[in-house]
Design a protein around this ligand. Sequence first.
Ligand code: AMP
Ligand code: MG
Length: 520
Amino acid sequence: MKLNIKDTFNKELPADPNKNNTPRKVFEACYSYVTPRIPSNPKIIHVADEVAEMLELERDTTSEEFLNVFTGKTVYPKTAPYAMCYGGHQFGHWAGQLGDGRAINLAEIRVNGKPWALQLKGAGETPYSRTADGLAVLRSSIREHLCSEAMHYLGVPTTRSLSLALTGDEVLRDMMYDGNQDYEKGAVVCRVAPSFIRFGNFQLLTARKDIKNLQNLTDYTIRHFHKDIQTEGKEKYIAFFQKVVNASLEMVLHWQRVGFVHGVMNTDNMSILGLTIDYGPYGWLEGYDPNWTPNTTDSQHHRYAFGNQPGIVLWNLVQLANALFPLIEDAKPLEAILESYQTNFDKKYVEMMFKKIGLAEIKTGDEQLIEDLEQNLQLTETDMTIFFRELPRIQKKNTPQEAFQKIHKSFYKPIGLAGATTDAWTTWFTKYIDRLQEESDRDETRKFKMYEVNPKFVLRNYMAQLAIDAADKGNYEVLNELYEVLKRPYNEQPEFEKWYAKRPEWARNKVGCSMLSCSS
Ligand code: AMP
Ligand code: MG
């Protein structure tokens, strides 16, 4: 296996001089060197073949060296693995230093002119592990591996996942934080992204008044990831902030489009490149409910609920603006950028929703149509994915009643719908079909355009849980099958029709299928 190593982060930014792997506060450094823990009996259970191809490793995935390097058993020659130092706001409160407690960056490679950082998650303690073990369990690693790839194929900016491996070690976890500890199988995934830098990397340096390294890190990020920024001085940092705002906006817009709920949008889980990062207690909307959160830790305040995500991105961007302030020392341009986030988001959100309902040309009154739709979707439990995938089947010649029948299968309790619910839908479909008459596209054309933005297959929590339950018993068939289905989420794939279904009733309150804790 030949990796084209081109390390930059650990070459251009200051290292923690202490090389011991003991928990500590790390000052005036961006990372600490650390060696991955040696797994007792590593076994690769899944490789994302297209990620392997992207990295030109497709001929190596069955080799001993691939297994060893991507499970942490051996360190690739001439590399110096490290854990990053960062802080963050957790659930709205400044938490100080956090850092890569169980992620270890192996190296950066360059393939076809593109930089890729390779990072193991679950490969043991680092100086940032605090009191935790640095490990990850099979269940959460399957969720991270599958969802990273599913998001990529949905067209959502995300970190990727090359491989999923068992370590052969057992990991003690209290899954529901209720005092019932149990041993689970340990696992490691190898994540792949141009960079894993987070908002929190900048925040921690500013919090500690280490402005020299704040500037080092910001210059590094611009130099490597925003080569088109040509200005200097404070203009350069303002342009950089604008880029982060734009990328973060695009990311959350996609989340709202596909019904993804991240679950833990702390500033340490916000990628500076606008990638979805750190798949923990995430979930997918089944019943359309803006107030829904999959994360048990957030069940009281719903801070990270579906409908709050765009606002939370803004809140996080405000924290990043504060972190970058010492480089700019002028609040006005930062405030202007933050203010434009809201207007831009609202505009793009409406455009996105128009696409979802198949309107090519925007006319007056259309915004009301979207608002009414969002209200209707909450009248009775209505599956978001199925609703938007069935909507394209409505034709200009349909009556409101026929249209209503076509989306009927998205209701969780289709029998005995309240009269008010039926009335509201009839009213909406009357307006919608009227409005369709003004569209120049033919029904078939509109349908295919709508299919391109409304996925048929998403990684519902119960699906991931079925893959987990089987994998726990050594059967990887469901895992393999889901990976294949989720590679083409917008295609009909009739052979996989069984995965185009509402959440089954058994999954409604089952652990892992409806609510998840952060324990992973
Ligand atoms: P999260 O919100 O899950 O992204 O994690 C928040 C912080 O806790 C990060 O600094 C993680 O690296 C750290 N962390 C989470 N789980 C573990 C673990 N099992 N061992 C060490 N650190 C962890
Ligand atoms: Mg994290």
